[in-house]
Write a new protein. Structure first.
Length: 118
């Protein structure tokens, strides 16, 4: 994840600070995602006006770049949301119960991805 919180820096934070920092970063990513979505919507709305000034491949290049940025921001948002959720559960449940729950969740995810057929 680029431009985000680096993992070594997270180890220096208390559990409450870590949860707050993850939530703040998640909110920043959500704002960036919304800005990118607005840019793409604006670009699409201006397509006819821009055609006089841009080569067709320039418009497509800008559109593709914005679509990639949106995809990257959505992925960042999902990752940060998962990290924030896990940290919140870790604080609520304690380390041992959290690790047990996390392991069970991983097993369920695996079963969903690879269902056993008779």
């Amino acid at each position: 994840m680029s431009g985000g919180i680096d993992a070594p820096g997270l180890a220096k934070l208390s559990a409450g600070d870590l949860e707050r920092e993850l939530q703040n970063e998640w909110q920043r990513v959500r704002r960036r995602l919304k800005r990118a979505q607005k840019k793409l919507a604006g670009l699409q709305a201006l397509k006819e006006d821009l055609q006089r000034y841009l080569q067709p491949e320039d418009y497509e290049l800008i559109k593709t770049q914005l679509q990639r940025e949106i995809k990257r921001r959505k992925q960042e948002e999902i990752e940060l949301w998962h990290r924030h959720r896990d940290e919140r559960y870790r604080g609520l449940l304690g380390e041992d119960r959290f690790l047990k729950m996390y392991g069970e969740r991983q097993e369920l995810d695996e079963l969903i991805r690879n269902p056993m057929t008779d």
